[in-house]
Design a binder for this molecule. Sequence first.
Ligand code: HEC
Ligand code: HEC
Length: 161
Amino acid sequence: MTKRMRFLKILCILSVVPGIYASTASADERYRPVQNERVLGECGECHMAFQPQMLPKRSWERLMGGLGDHFGEDASIDPKTQKKIHEFLTANAADSSWFGGRFMRGLDSNSAPLRITETPHWIREHNEEVPESAWNRPNVSSKANCPACHRRAHLGDYDDD
Ligand code: HEC
Ligand code: HEC
C-alpha cells in the first residue's frame, strides 16, 4: 500500500461523509475499467483504451477535435460514433466530479495536454519511482505503453509494481 493510499484510508475513517472519500480510495474506482464497447473498439485498436479519468474534459475535447491527425495517425471515425465517444470521455474526465481526480493536481487551469504522459501528476509519479533504464527496456518502446509495466492497466489498476 502506498503512502497516499494510507492517507486516503485515514480520510475515509475521519470523514463525516462516508462514501464520498470511500469512492476515491479503491484503485478500481479511481480509474474505472473502460467497458464502453465503442471506446474499446475505436480507441483500443492501436493502444490500450486509456481511462478517461486521466485527462480533463478540455483535453478530451481537444483530442477528439483532431482525430484526423492523431499523433501522426489518422484515427478519424464517423460523426455519430465520435459524438458518443466524446460524451463518454468528457462525462468521465478527471474534472467530471466535484472533488476532482488526481490527474487535476498541478495542472494549469488553461492547459489542456493531449497526453496523459505530459500531465504533472503522471510525470511526478514516474519521475520519483521509475529508474531511467526502465524506459529503455525493449518491451516498453513508449511511455504511453502502460501495460508494459502495469499488467492490470486495462482494469484501471496501476498499483501493482
Ligand atoms: C490508428 C491508430 C490509433 C487510434 C485508432 C487511436 N489512437 Fe490514440 N494514439 C495513437 C498513437 C500512435 C499515439 C502515440 C503513442 C505513443 O506516443 O507511443 C496515441 C496516443 C494517444 C494518447 C496519448 C497517450 C500518452 O499519454 O502519451 C491518448 C490520450 C490517445 N491516444 C487517445 C485516443 C483515443 C481517445 C482514441 C479513440 C477516439 C484513440 N486514441 C485512437 C494511435 C491511435
Ligand atoms: C516503464 C514502466 C512504466 C510505464 C511504461 C508506465 N508506468 Fe505507471 N508507474 C510505473 C512505476 C514503477 C510506478 C510506481 C509504482 C507504484 O506506485 O505502484 C508507476 C506509477 C503509476 C501510477 C500511480 C500508482 C498509484 O499508486 O496510484 C499511475 C496512475 C500510473 N503509473 C499510470 C500509468 C499510465 C496511465 C501509463 C501509460 C500512459 C503508465 N503508468 C506507464 C511504471 C510505468
